[in-house]
Design a protein. Structure first.
Ligand SMILES: O=C(O)CC1=CCC(=O)O1
Length: 252
């Protein structure tokens, strides 16, 4: 399905696609947008059942979410783009760069994983959400998105992300959890040709730094940066992540 999207920036600039974490929408990238727009035509999109994109019956696999992006790129006539994603959005980026290398120019992968040590937590979360809805898990899930220090200083940001997660379609969210339970992108990483930067949140409990170390070690030539943040590093440490994005994507 073709996802809801926003395409902004100079029409003749290179295109940068921004992919979101599970339970978030295009607003995830608000802090980066002003610095990116002078350099890029920025394409933001929502995963199925998130933001403006309708839900589809599940279960999903990351392949399905990546196919949605390919359908969108084809519809917009975009043959080749750079891609930056956080968490689930970065999993989509890895899939695209590994399976359709001709479509991906440069890649940034933030706070993400190529495979989880156990599928069970994702099966459990999917079952909970199918039974009691996204709002029932939002408070607990969001505590892992920010460090306690950041959450104390910015309770309004935490509340906004909790409210956003609560609005995600229950079946779509659960089906994305099914995708995470089945996730294993390790075999595609060595095939990625796009110059890649991987970003770790030093305090990320959701996708701990050793997950990004594995990714950086598996993608030829990839460079790993660590920032002082938890899972949503581009929200918690916006200037650091924006700098990494611009250094890798805009400096030619
Ligand atoms: O929501 C979480 O718990 C962490 C996460 C995994 C994939 C993603 O996008 O976020």
């Amino acid at each position: 399905m073709r996802p809801h999207h926003e395409l902004t920036g100079p029409p003749d600039a290179p295109v940068l696609v921004l992919g979101n974490a599970l339970g978030t929408t295009t607003t995830l990238w608000d802090a980066q947008l002003p610095a990116l727009l002078p350099h890029f035509r920025v394409l933001r999109y929502d995963h199925r059942g998130h933001g403006g994109t309708p839900s589809l019956p599940g279960p999903y696999r990351v392949d399905d979410l990546a196919d949605d992006v390919l359908e969108l790129l084809d519809a917009l006539g975009l043959a080749r783009v750079s891609y930056a994603g956080v968490s689930l959005g970065a999993m989509v980026g890895m899939w695209l760069a590994g399976h359709a290398p001709e479509r991906v120019d440069r890649l940034v992968l933030c706070c993400t994983s190529a495979a989880y040590p156990s599928a069970q937590p994702w099966h459990d979360r999917a079952a909970t959400v199918r039974a009691t809805g996204t709002a029932s898990i939002a408070p607990t899930v969001v505590t892992r998105w920010f460090t306690p220090t950041y959450a104390t200083r910015h309770p309004e940001v935490v509340r906004a992300y909790e409210a956003g997660l609560s609005t995600v379609d229950d079946e779509a969210y659960a089906s994305c959890c099914d995708a995470l339970a089945a996730l294993d992108l390790r075999s595609v990483l060595p095939a990625i040709e796009a110059p890649t930067v991987v970003v770790s949140g030093e305090h990320d409990l959701a996708t701990p730094p050793d997950h990004q170390r594995l990714i950086a070690d598996s993608i030829p030539g990839a460079v790993l940066h660590t920032v002082e943040a938890a899972h949503l590093a581009n929200v918690e440490a916006p200037d650091a992540v924006t700098g990494i994005l611009l250094d890798h994507l805009a400096a030619r």
